[in-house]
Design a protein around this ligand. Structure first.
Ligand code: PGA
Length: 248
């Protein structure tokens, strides 16, 4: 049985005080949830969120660099993330790939580096609208999955989380259907099985992401292949994110 995992990707939103307020509300409301709950505030708010000593809500970062330390102006290392209580890190988000030119090889390096510090990667894959229309969805997600997992060992794979996020569904209000997402996620799991064997693949949690809201979360969570969600916009509101985690 895979424990469902729902993560909030706050992107470039929330000051320190706003982040603390949101974390407090989530921690108070979600204590009894069977779902693993993760929030990924901006770097600047991680330390204050960690200082709250939350027991239910886990912390993740939105990105990191693939080195322990050094002359990499503007970057953040896994050592620093560990120091502020991060248990997860989102890697290869489509916004990183699009605006910051990150490729699968770079994502693979980061994922391997995260594991050196016991930080679990949430690796994002997904096709653009153009690619979907051209019938390339499978090819794209298989290539991205294989590329990002290139340096992951058989011991590590069950701690990897994959987020399938069709780019055309991110922040657009236009979500994939549960059945569609389930099918692509099944393909991702089959790819992991090809690389690591079926037993391992059955342990990997794969989320759906892209315009997840309180109104559509259940449709995704009731699909057999979907183990959770990566939530952007709706994770910025305590009420909405609580409703999402408490889906029925
Ligand atoms: P969205 O973003 O929920 O606002 O569509 C999802 C994501 O980018 O992770």
């Amino acid at each position: 049985m895979r424990t469902p995992i729902i993560a909030g990707n706050w992107k470039m939103h929330k000051t320190v005080s706003q982040a603390v307020e949101l974390c407090r509300k989530l921690e108070a409301a979600l204590q009894d949830s069977p779902v693993e709950v993760v929030v990924c505030p901006p770097f600047t708010a991680l330390s204050a969120a960690f200082a709250l000593g939350m027991s239910k809500v886990k912390l993740g970062a939105q990105n990191m660099y693939a080195a322990d330390k050094g002359a990499y102006t503007g970057e953040i290392s896994p050592v620093m993330l560990k120091d502020v209580g991060c248990q997860y890190v989102i890697l290869g988000h489509s916004e990183r790939r699009q605006y910051f030119k990150e490729d699968d090889e770079f994502v693979a390096e980061k994922a391997a580096k995260a594991f050196e510090y016991g930080i679990k990667p949430i690796i994002c894959v997904g096709e653009s609208l153009e690619q979907r229309r051209a019938g390339q969805t499978t090819e794209i997600v298989v290539t991205q999955t294989k590329g990002a997992l290139a340096k992951i060992t058989p011991d590590q794979i069950s701690d990897v989380v994959i987020a399938y996020e069709p780019i055309w569904a991110i922040g657009t209000g236009e979500n994939a259907t549960g059945a569609d997402a389930n099918e692509v996620i099944g393909t991702i799991r089959a790819t992991i099985a090809e690389l690591f064997g079926q037993d391992k693949a059955d342990q990997v949690r794969i989320q759906y992401g892209g315009s997840v809201k309180p109104e559509n979360i259940a449709e995704f969570m009731h699909q057999p292949e979907i183990d959770g969600a990566l939530v952007g916009g709706a994770s910025l509101s305590a009420d909405d994110f609580i409703k999402i985690v408490q889906y029925k």
